[in-house]
Design a protein around this ligand. Structure first.
Ligand SMILES: Nc1ncnc2c1ncn2[C@@H]1O[C@H](COP(=O)(O)OP(=O)(O)OP(=O)(O)O)[C@@H](O)[C@H]1O
Ligand SMILES: [Mg+2]
Length: 418
């Protein structure tokens, strides 16, 4: 049996943390069997190397290895991608197509982000796991395939099960053996090792002298939370390698490359990161939504009041709303809408100012709502564009940054024709 050390060398895995070694050892042990494996760990911990190890040490190593990112395939086409389709199964299905499970017959399929699979696809997957049987989309002819499945997830599948988004029976089938990869913050001694390796690689790549960290920088590396784990560490190493002319890195230089996660050096403010921080924009967006919702409620209240009495009392209305509708000149205690024909609110009202028909009185809330929705959409488009540009078109990274799933991002790109 291959040793953990050999495998680390072959797959360029750095680190000596016992939990990491245990994960690799488990992969080596389970590889020769056909047992399904679930790889669990936070984003960026290195889950992708585990199925590769398993495949290359198995009797399937000359067969195909297909990695599928379940979160990146739109819901409408995922069944056809995985299981294939018959000619004419849906509009655009001009010919019969083989799915990954047919192509990978005799090999291994890695289902990354398995928690993102739609429930209907989960049913099909369960059948494959149970007896190797599947149906192409649009076909009633049962086919057989012999595929080893390794799945991975960075979300807690128990939560997904609780919420009815993931089938419990599928979970148990997939996780006959689970391999847990520890987050970087639990691999304190490996962090500097990894940083040095990345810094050396980037120094070579960009033809710069190597970086050197002082003690305060090493301490900060070990204290930082690294929520994006090894991927985040590598990005930081790359940024410093490219941007810092001073190759001696101390704690405060390093800190200026780290987002504020609450565990940085207390005295140094992170300015470089602030420019590209999307959380502020997201907060603004949420605030706009909340404001919009409460404005709508106020408007509805107002409408009802007007329908009942023809006038509305100022104390019943949120002063902010009055401000928004009339600008700053309003300070009357009683508002009479019929006397203010120039406002946006009156614009879509019936010319005779009668509020006896509810449909008409809701017209203006709709107009305002539409405008707000358009503005929100514009903001959303801007944020998506900005994030895609920043991440050089990488949807996965952009989705992560925006705090949405890759599939949602894909849908929005299509929806807004970006
Ligand atoms: N032990 C390691 N040594 C060196 N590089 C590593 C190690 N583990 C991971 N990496 C690198 O870190 C990056 C992130 O790893 P990977 O893509 O496997 O993460 P992941 O766990 O699949 O994350 P996600 O859930 O976000 O997909 C990759 O570029 C990988 O090469
Ligand atoms: Mg991954």
């Amino acid at each position: 049996m291959e040793s953990v050390q050999n495998i680390k060398q072959r797959f360029e895995i750095i680190g000596n943390e016992p939990k990491l070694n245990r994960a690799i050892e488990k992969a080596i042990q389970v590889a020769p069997t056909d047992i399904s494996v679930l790889v669990v760990g936070e984003s960026g911990v290195g889950k992708e190397s585990i199925p590769k190890i398993i495949h290359s040490l198995s009797h399937r190593k000359h067969g195909k290895y297909i990695a599928v990112n379940c979160g990146a395939i739109p819901e409408g086409t995922i069944d056809s991608e995985l299981f294939g389709h018959e000619k004419g199964a849906f509009t655009g299905a001009t010919s019969t197509r083989e799915g990954y499970f047919e192509v990978a017959n005799g090999g291994t399929i890695f289902l990354d982000e398995v928690g993102e699979l739609p429930l209907t696809t989960q049913v099909r997957l369960l059948r494959i796991l149970e007896n190797g049987e599947f149906l192409k989309v649009g076909s009633s002819q049962v086919q057989k395939t012999d595929v080893r499945i390794v799945a991975a997830t960075n979300v807690n599948l128990f939560d997904a099960i609780q919420k009815g988004k993931f089938r419990e029976d599928l979970y148990y089938r997939l996780s006959t053996v689970d391999i847990v990869l520890p987050p970087l913050r639990e691999r304190k001694d490996d962090i500097h090792l990894l940083f040095r390796k990345f810094a050396a690689d980037f120094a070579h790549k960009y033809k710069m002298p190597p970086l050197k960290l002082d003690d305060s920088a090493i301490q900060l590396l070990q204290k930082f939370r690294w929520s994006g784990n090894i991927r985040q560490l590598r990005n930081v190493a790359e940024q410093i390698s490219v941007l810092e002319t001073n190759r001696e890195i101390n704690g405060s230089i390093l800190n200026s490359y780290l987002p504020d996660e609450g565990s940085n050096l207390p005295s140094v403010i992170n300015e470089k990161k602030a420019e590209s921080d999307f959380s502020t924009e997201r907060d603004i967006l949420y605030k706009v939504l909340f404001d919009m919702k409460s404005d709508l409620n106020d408007l509805k209240k107002l409408t009802l009041e007007l329908m009942k009495n023809g006038t509305a009392k100022a104390q019943d209305i949120n002063p902010n709303l009055i401000q928004k509708i009339y600008g700053s000149q309003e300070d009357d205690s009683e508002i009479d809408f019929e006397e203010r024909p120039s406002t946006a609110l009156i614009a879509s009202k019936k010319p005779d100012n009668q509020y006896d028909e509810p449909e008409d009185s809701y017209l203006y809330t709709e107009t305002i709502e539409e405008e707000e929705v358009l503005r929100l959409e514009q903001k959303e488009i801007e944020m998506i564009k900005k994030s895609l540009e920043k991440n050089k078109g990488k949807r996965k990274a952009a989705a992560e940054e925006l705090g949405i799933s890759e599939r949602t991002l894909y849908r929005k790109i299509k929806q807004f024709d970006l």
